[in-house]
Structures are given as structure tokens and as C-alpha cells.
Design a protein around this ligand. Structure first.
Ligand SMILES: C[S@@+](CC[C@H](N)C(=O)[O-])C[C@H]1O[C@@H](n2cnc3c(N)ncnc32)[C@H](O)[C@@H]1O
Length: 268
């Protein structure tokens, strides 16, 4: 990729830099007002909630009150449907089978979750989230789709230690657009514990906002990491992580990593 390539530019931009923010403002003047309002709200919420998870839960409460679909990152219903389908199609084509037991971390309002629930055998889907507001919206999605008989689990969580879940249970663990909103200690906590709950041969797929430049964050809402940072973090917990190259070709701005138990050449 050369530096004039939009994909290459996307991977090297530092969105926290003053230069980028000024250039963006000049190109998108109508976004200045909403961005300043969001920034002011976030300063207020951060002052009230020092812990990241508590802060992000408050962000989700505020966003969900306006629109649950926008709160999970979709500008309209059509896009909400398309993003759910994108996740579902990819996972079904990359190993998900109806008899699997799946944990969906940060399940949101079941944008993809309802498709997983529909596809999996009854009881096969387990969704967790830090936001009670979005979980209420998840239940509305579930009943709206008539999927009650599939008896999925939807559980509120405060951390990613999975201490309430059994060992060796999940064939598939999934986190879409969750680490893109997570500081490194949250990701580290997840990687430290996910190996325990993975079934033999199981895998953990997650998306993240990738940078090939300086790692940075915007408003403590969006976090940009180098792929190596996350693969090394996984290796430190005895896991193998690889970038899913074919995901990059899909119309989605994030990258995807698949994690499996064991380090390359090491014992699982
Ligand atoms: C952008 S939304 C994506 C939701 C869903 N995965 C999807 O693709 O539709 C991110 C979700 O992750 C949740 N979340 C953020 N940080 C989390 C954490 N540390 N543990 C669990 N859920 C988290 C948010 O509450 C929100 O519902």
C-alpha cells in the first residue's frame, strides 16, 4: 500500500493530533457542533466516573436514550441490519456451527446477536454487556424477532474476568467493536481470562481500530492500537493471535484478530 492509498492513510492517521482535528473540522464544518457537545458531555461523565467501565456505561446510557441503534454505532436501521449481517456471514463462513456454544462480549442490542441466536441451537448464545440500557434494548430485539424459544442468556457484567462462567465451555467467543472502545487494561483482562472459558479447539475473534502509527485515543471513547501490541499481549497469556486478512477487504473500518489457545510451537 502506498501512502496515497486511502486504506494506508486510515492506518497512519493520528486522530488525537491537533493538525488532524483542524483539517477534519475544515472539511466537515457541520460536525464541529456535535463533536464539541459530545466532548463536553464526555468531560462531565469522566469527572463523575473515574473508572473506564463506569464511564463508558454512562456514555452508553446517554447514547441509548437517544437511539439504541446509534449507540452501537449504526447511523440508521439499514446500516444496523447490514453490520449485523456482515458479522454473522463472516463468522458462519469462518467456523461457527449451529451446535456451538458462543459468548458474545459487548453484545449491544443484538445487531448481530439476533442472527447468531437464530442460527445456533437453543441455549447456544450467551451475550454479556456493561450497559443495562443496551441490554433492555437487546431484549426488545429478541422479542421483536420472535426468538424467545431460543432461550439465549443476556447478562450484565462489570469486568471481563468471566468468573461466573464455566471452564472450557465456549467454542466461539466474539467481541465486535468492543476493544475499539477499550483501554489496554480492559483488553488485557479479557485476554488473561478468555483461555479458561474456551473449549478445546475454540477461538476468540475480536475487532479493533488498527493504527500503524502512534497508538492513541479520542475522547476516551475510541482507541487505536497496533496489531503487534495486541498479538504480543495475547502471547503473554499463552494465546496465539493472528490478523484475519480477508476481513480487511470487507466494508468495515476495523481490523479483526483471531485468538486460539497455545503459543506457536508451544504446548496448548
Ligand atoms: C459499538 S457497540 C457494539 C455492540 C455489538 N457488538 C454489535 O456489534 O452490535 C459496543 C458494545 O460493547 C459494550 N462494551 C463496551 N465496553 C465493554 C466491556 N469492557 N465489556 C463488555 N461490554 C462492553 C458497550 O456497552 C456496547 O454495547
Amino acid at each position: 500500500m502506498d501512502s496515497a492509498d486511502p486504506a494506508s492513510r486510515r492506518l497512519t492517521i493520528d486522530r488525537s493530533s491537533l493538525g488532524h482535528r483542524l483539517r477534519y473540522a475544515v472539511r466537515n464544518p457541520r460536525r464541529i457542533g456535535p463533536h464539541l457537545r459530545r466532548g463536553a458531555r464526555d468531560v462531565w461523565l469522566r469527572a463523575r466516573h473515574r473508572d473506564h467501565v463506569a464511564y463508558y456505561r454512562a456514555v452508553m446510557a446517554s447514547d441509548t436514550a437517544r437511539s439504541p441503534e446509534a449507540a452501537v454505532g449504526s447511523r440508521d436501521h439499514e446500516r444496523w441490519l447490514a453490520l449485523g449481517k456482515l458479522q454473522f456471514d463472516y463468522l458462519r463462513d469462518h467456523g461457527l456451527a449451529p451446535g456451538h456454544r458462543m459468548l458474545d462480549i459487548g453484545c449491544g442490542n443484538l445487531r448481530a446477536g439476533w442472527r447468531f441466536i437464530d442460527y445456533l441451537d437453543p441455549g447456544g448464545y450467551y451475550g454479556i454487556d456493561i450497559s443495562p440500557d443496551i441490554l433492555i434494548s437487546a431484549k426488545e430485539t429478541l422479542s421483536g424477532r420472535g426468538l424467545q424459544a431460543k432461550l439465549p442468556h443476556l447478562t450484565l457484567t462489570r469486568d471481563l474476568t468471566f468468573d461466573f462462567l464455566p471452564s472450557g465451555h465456549f467454542d466461539v467467543v466474539h467481541a465486535h467493536s468492543v476493544f475499539s472502545h477499550s483501554p489496554l487494561p480492559v483488553i488485557d483482562e479479557c485476554l488473561a481470562h478468555v483461555g479458561r472459558i474456551l473449549a478445546p479447539g475454540g477461538f476468540f475473534d475480536f475487532t479493533f481500530d488498527r493504527t500503524e502509527g502512534r497508538e492513541h485515543q479520542v475522547l476516551r471513547e475510541d482507541f487505536y492500537y497496533r496489531a503487534e501490541t495486541l498479538t504480543e499481549l495475547a502471547a503473554g497469556h499463552g494465546l496465539t493471535a493472528r490478523l484475519m486478512a480477508d476481513w480487511e477487504r470487507l466494508p468495515h473500518g476495523q481490523s479483526k484478530i483471531r485468538v486460539t489457545a497455545g503459543t506457536p510451537g508451544g504446548a496448548p
